[in-house]
Design a protein around this ligand. Structure first.
Ligand code: GDP
Length: 202
């Protein structure tokens, strides 16, 4: 599983507006600052392929990146951006949920969760919504290189990962697959690409 080629294709404002070539896609979603752009760039080994601005409003699009001419990585708006007005946050919610429910070429949602922090309410809500709606998902734990800090609850990434899985257990018949990653050390990069290759071959 190698990325030989990656190119930005399109920003869409709705599911209907997305590419219609039928290629399989994998969507990245997570709280703002979870490390989504870093992971995207590390996956395609490119600095700043994901040039989406951090400002609310600018990221309110579905961004398609075509990989090896055969599948898409999709960058979705981050959630839980505290500075965004409530109305805008509600809108993100509607718009991404509509995409999850209607996008027939979506193979798996990659829910990014910061492993250096204790479980956050917004992440748990997101995971439970995906679970309850039976949307196929993969948990991608980010920042696994970070050491434990007292102010972050004093737990190691491995412990936060176990806690998170325990907290979402009830929303799933079987726990979703999960991968521990770091964009600093590139931990998990090959595992994600292998996972995508396996899902594509089903
Ligand atoms: P986004 O808002 O989800 O796109 O997050 P970014 O990719 O911009 O990352 C947010 C912050 O977390 C930046 O300061 C990154 O340098 C940092 N960061 C991202 N990934 C990692 C990681 O794997 N390990 C560490 N230690 N820091 C990371």
């Amino acid at each position: 599983a190698q990325v030989l080629k990656a190119e930005f294709v399109k920003s869409s404002v709705s599911t209907e507006d997305c590419p219609c070539d039928g290629l399989p896609e994998f969507a990245l979603v997570g709280r703002s600052n979870v490390g989504k752009s870093s992971l995207l760039n590390s996956l395609v080994r490119r600095k700043r392929l994901a040039l989406t601005s951090k400002k609310p409003g600018k990221t309110q699009c579905i961004n398609h990146f075509l990989v090896n001419d055969s599948w898409y990585l999709v960058d979705l708006p981050g959630y839980g951006y505290a500075a965004a007005p409530l109305e805008l946050r509600m809108n993100w919610d509607r718009f991404t949920k509509e995409y999850f429910l209607n996008r027939s070429t979506l193979v798996s949602v990659f829910l990014l969760v910061d492993a250096s922090l204790p479980a956050k309410k917004s992440d748990l809500e997101y995971a439970s919504w995906l679970g309850q709606n039976q949307i196929p998902m993969t948990l991608i734990f980010t920042k696994c290189d970070k050491r434990k800090k007292k102010k972050n609850g004093g737990k190691r990434p491995e412990e936060n990962v176990l806690d998170f899985q325990e907290l979402i257990r009830d929303f799933f018949k079987t726990l979703p697959p999960w991968i521990m990653t770091s964009s600093v050390t590139n931990q998990g990069r090959d595992e994600i690409l292998l996972h995508i290759a396996q899902l594509r071959n089903y």
